[in-house]
Design a protein around this ligand. Sequence first.
Ligand code: DGT
Ligand code: CA
Ligand code: CA
Ligand code: ZN
Length: 573
Amino acid sequence: MARLNDTVEAALIEYADLLSILTDDPYKPRSYEKAARAVGGYAGDLGTMDLKEVLKIPSVGKSIGEKIDEFVRTGSFEALEELRAQIPPGVREMIAIPGLGPKKAIVLYRELGIADVEQLGQAVEQGRLAELKGFGAKTEENIRRGIERMNQSTGRVLVSVAMDLADYFLERLGGRKDVRRMEYAGSLRRMAETIGDLDLLVASDDPIGVIDAFTSVGMTDRVLAKGDTKSSILTRKGLQVDLRVVPLEAWGAAMIYFTGSKPHNIRIREMAVRKGLKLNEYGLYRAKSGKLIVAETEEEVYEKLSLPWIPPTLREDRGEVEAALEGTLPDVLTRKQLRGDLHTHTDLTDGLASLEQMLATASELGYAYYAVTDHAPNLFMQRMTDEKMLAQREQLRKLQSSYPKMTLLHGTELNIDAEGKVDWDAGFLEGFDVCVASVHSLFNQSKDEMTRRIVRAMENPHVHVIGHPTGRIINKRQPVDVDLEEVFKAAARTGTALEVNGYPDRLDLRDEHILWARRHGVRFAVDTDSHATTHLEHMRYGVGNAQRGWLTQDDVINAWPLSKLRTVLRKGG
Ligand code: DGT
Ligand code: CA
Ligand code: CA
Ligand code: ZN
């Protein structure tokens, strides 16, 4: 299933974890972690690369490169096996417990023989940690809570769930007199595909008052921490919310700090150090004198680090700092640049709203064009027929006069069958303005079959967009096993756009795949796949994901004027 790059990434991360447990060197584990991420996100397939090529991967030096090469040839590397022999796998899992960390994990293992999370839980219950040096009552309580959190959190929530929660808090607290500014930060501001906890930032001169209000909103299930400037609660939705209150003068520095990501923060903090400066959540200072230089806006802080302002969706240490230094940061796609939606449904198939309702809502979004793409007949539950499709087209053409500013496109979402064929013959397909084609069945085909299937669909001159290309459903269904490299090459060659599906549990292609496809010169369609009028707003998640994949207006066909979009839709000549 997994790409060899992913397997090697996991092995390098494991090695980094083991190093952090076994050594005092803070740098070495970090360099392996970095290399691991670089390998995972690298476009080339490790299986086809020799050592010389491996060494061209960013962050991969000689020593790491040789280990990767060894792994590719033998399925592991000796240094990893040596460390594995010293540390049971359960100890490595223990370092993921909030409040523990590698140093304490190794003490627990060596002194008390605790070798996994379950044994640790028992030791805490029995009060056995008290015997150990450096394990006070507070540490023990932190570990207890950390294990609790680890066990109860089935994981991370969809970005839309966190966004709704952020809106809830902004509505309740944002308008208060003592709140001078309020925004969400953390992974939500970076528009990550799932969110571990929600981070809120408030500027106020009365932190205590704000925190009191925060902990007493109706959504609170339990107050986890309540201090003078910060507080955490667990909401009834299970998601944790962290609030930080800062003075308005420190807003920019605090926003940078709490937006993250952690690797991005580390990068820019290192840049500060090299300039003889110090960066933290309160501001940018001269290291020697401690004199404050700037703190008020993000722009000023970045500027003093010789960087332009970096959009939050790019702050993942995926090369954005280098690009910023070189002046090659992408001018990322914005919501406003999108001129239409090319994948939407109505109640003619499985949508909840009528054609009229969908069009009325879409026109309020100010789109210049809008495509209706109901399901084609081979998705049998939808009971589509040629007659129904043609009747819808006629209805759509009639409705056009009600929308003078928005060109209505009649389309369909085709089903890619086991061999890569679609529902209708060329003659019938000719009648559509736009065709999305998607895999809706037989998700378990072999990699070769799946690759051939999707490539063949793209070779069809009537297929303009491949819908949700990997078919994953976040937290529910794995992506299909497909040779993405081949898919991306074929998409570029045939001029078929790949979808960036904005539906919050799809987000498909995902950010790293977008980055990878983009290097092949692929074009994209950022769509909502709406099945209800409210879904049309999901475009914001599509845009977030597109930005995380470094897409610009030029890369996205529905950010083009209709006349230029038509050149893609005339693929077949
Ligand atoms: P999440 O919550 O797992 O979806 O991801 P984040 O990125 O929201 O992570 P979170 O909530 O732990 O922290 C929010 C931001 O605060 C994070 O992106 C960077 C910053 N931050 C938190 N802890 C540290 C730290 O120990 N060092 C540094 N440099 N930054 C930190
Ligand atoms: Ca967070
Ligand atoms: Ca947090
Ligand atoms: Zn659809």
